[in-house]
Design a protein around this ligand. Structure first.
Ligand code: SAM
Ligand code: SF4
Length: 496
């Protein structure tokens, strides 16, 4: 099929229209701007009430988020920042989950102005990994110690659903021996970041056994969206993208992930957009997003826009974005990526972020061929190895986690959201954090990381045995003790 014919068949208008309410979608620019305007000059008492509500693990209402966005005093921002970390610990405990992105193809039929992969960028060297190459990349990622991958694709007929299914299969087929212990290891959860698709194609992703399906709206502001995504491209259709995750839910993929690309439009508007997206998913499906991502644009090859951003977000505002989102959507994981430089990433992790990537290479084939970082989508700020990032996390008192238990134990969608809002999932996060980090220490850690890591494990174990929830659930602790011992004696992939 010719590429032009394929392009005509991607969007199914009926799979947009069915979600509209009287012809409208759920993003109303006028309402968002009004809420931000009305939220000006909030009193300290009101902000404290909002913080209290967030700490009781309830999604905030738009006017509450708008009030947080309008806080001006440093004293109140300090309170928000502290509450953000407190809330994160309450819901997700002390762990930071690690993952790695694997870029499979940079072929793309779209022309997003900020992206190096856009079709009109003739300087970009195009490549699409074969199944063998995907396996080679997976081996390299496994050798670092990762257990979770997110596969990333441009939008192109050659990387359509058949290719994606094959790619997922290739990743799951790889088994490698861990460098320090020789124990067999494999990727236990594959997530996907790809263009929006039809419900039929999304069902095939579900069959392939993925964890989360992730699509960033880029910007919720329609005029800006239209400016940076040319009309004659598939991505130019705002609503096809806006309902990508509704279709995923309808296809049975109940772990969905949203995000906005910061730098295109006013960050306060985008935070409100993410909240409205969350509220819409909660209303329709009873489940909000599994995660929210906050990528900031970094320079991309031949993209003038990416070097001269109309709404550049500085580090101070970036911290506010993360803290306000943390409080606004307490049950969502928050992802900060290697786009950020180490110093700011470290600060963001202390504001309630739950997941991050490390040892990241985003060139196509960039893990197995480290010298080849040419075919990449944008520049990254943090190229450090996983072990180095882990050392930093440990020094800050967090426990790194490679947990993939949630979706393998059926804790997805409504089930996990219920457990998160009752602060129960965090208990599982704690146990699985310890189990999977125990594996990492035995299988991959450098000597320095081992010293720091053993201390954190002891601290976490101490907390587990004291915690009332576990005292009340002795069977759970029995199982945990058993699995911990099994891992220490050489067994692998134990989880609760
Ligand atoms: N092609 C698919 C799509 O657009 O949905 C897959 C995703 S794209 C390879 C992954 C994400 O990278 C985009 O959704 C966008 O938010 C982000 N991105 C694109 N250009 C970027 C840049 N210059 N800096 C930072 N992030 C960027
Ligand atoms: Fe293609 Fe995605 Fe890049 Fe847009 S952001 S040009 S759709 S790869």
């Amino acid at each position: 099929m010719k590429v032009s014919d394929w392009k005509k068949n991607v969007i199914d208008q009926a799979q947009i229209d069915k979600y509209l309410t009287e012809g409208n979608d759920f993003i109303c620019e006028k309402t968002i701007k009004q809420k931000i305007q009305d939220g000006q000059n909030p009193t300290d008492e009101y902000i404290e009430q909002i913080i209290e509500k967030a700490l009781s693990v309830k999604t905030l209402a738009p006017e509450e988020t708008a009030a947080l966005l309008n806080v001006s005093s440093e004293k109140m921002w300090d309170k928000i920042f502290k509450a953000a970390l407190e809330l994160k610990k309450k819901v997700y405990d002390n762990r930071i989950v690690f993952f790695a992105p694997l870029y499979c193809s940079n072929l793309c039929v779209n022309n997003c102005e900020y992206c190096g992969f856009r079709e009109k960028n003739c300087k970009e060297k195009r490549a699409i990994l074969t199944p063998e190459e995907i396996k080679r990349e997976t081996k390299s990622v496994l050798n670092e110690g990762h257990k979770r991958l997110i596969l990333v694709f441009g939008e192109h007929p050659k990387s359509d659903i058949d290719y994606m299914q094959e790619a997922i299969k290739s990743v799951y087929e790889v088994h490698e021996k861990a460098p320090k212990s020789g124990k067999e290891t494999n990727i236990r959860r594959v997530n996907i970041n790809a263009a929006p698709m039809s419900i039929e194609k999304l069902r095939r992703l579900k069959e392939a056994g993925i964890g989360t399906f992730q699509v960033f709206q880029e910007t919720y502001h329609k005029e800006t969206y239209a400016r940076v995504h040319p009309k004659d491209t598939i991505k130019g259709n705002y609503r096809w993208r806006l309902y990508a995750l509704h279709r995923a839910m309808d296809a049975g993929l109940d772990d969905v992930a949203i995000g906005a690309l910061f730098g295109l439009y006013d960050w306060k508007f985008e935070v409100m957009g993410l909240l409205y997206h969350t509220l819409e998913l909660e209303k329709r499906y009873g489940v909000g997003p599994h995660t929210i991502s906050v990528p900031r644009i970094t320079p991309a090859s031949e993209s003038e826009l990416s070097e001269n951003l109309p709404y550049q977000v500085n580090d101070e505002d970036f911290k506010k974005i993360v803290a306000v989102l943390r409080l606004s959507v307490p049950t969502a994981g928050l992802i900060v990526t290697a786009r950020e430089k180490p110093e700011i990433k470290r600060e963001i992790i202390k504001l309630g972020c739950t997941q991050t990537d490390a040892s990241t290479r985003i060139g196509i084939g960039g893990y197995s061929d480290q010298l080849n970082q040419e075919k990449q989508q944008f520049t990254i700020g943090d190229p450090r190895d996983l072990d180095d990032v882990i050392q930093e996390i440990l020094k800050d008192g967090f426990i790194p986690s490679f947990c993939t238990a949630g979706y393998r134990c059926g804790r997805t969608g409504e089930t996990i959201m219920g457990m998160l809002s009752h602060c129960v999932e965090g208990k599982f996060c704690k146990l699985n954090g310890v189990l999977t980090f125990r594996e990492y220490l035995n299988d991959y850690a450098s000597e320095e990381t081992k010293v720091l890591g053993e201390k954190i494990i002891q601290k976490e174990l101490g907390e587990i045995y004291k915690e009332q929830y576990f005292v009340d659930h002795p069977k759970l602790i029995e199982k945990f003790d058993h699995q911990y011992k099994e891992i220490s004696s050489g067994k692998r992939d134990r989880y609760i």
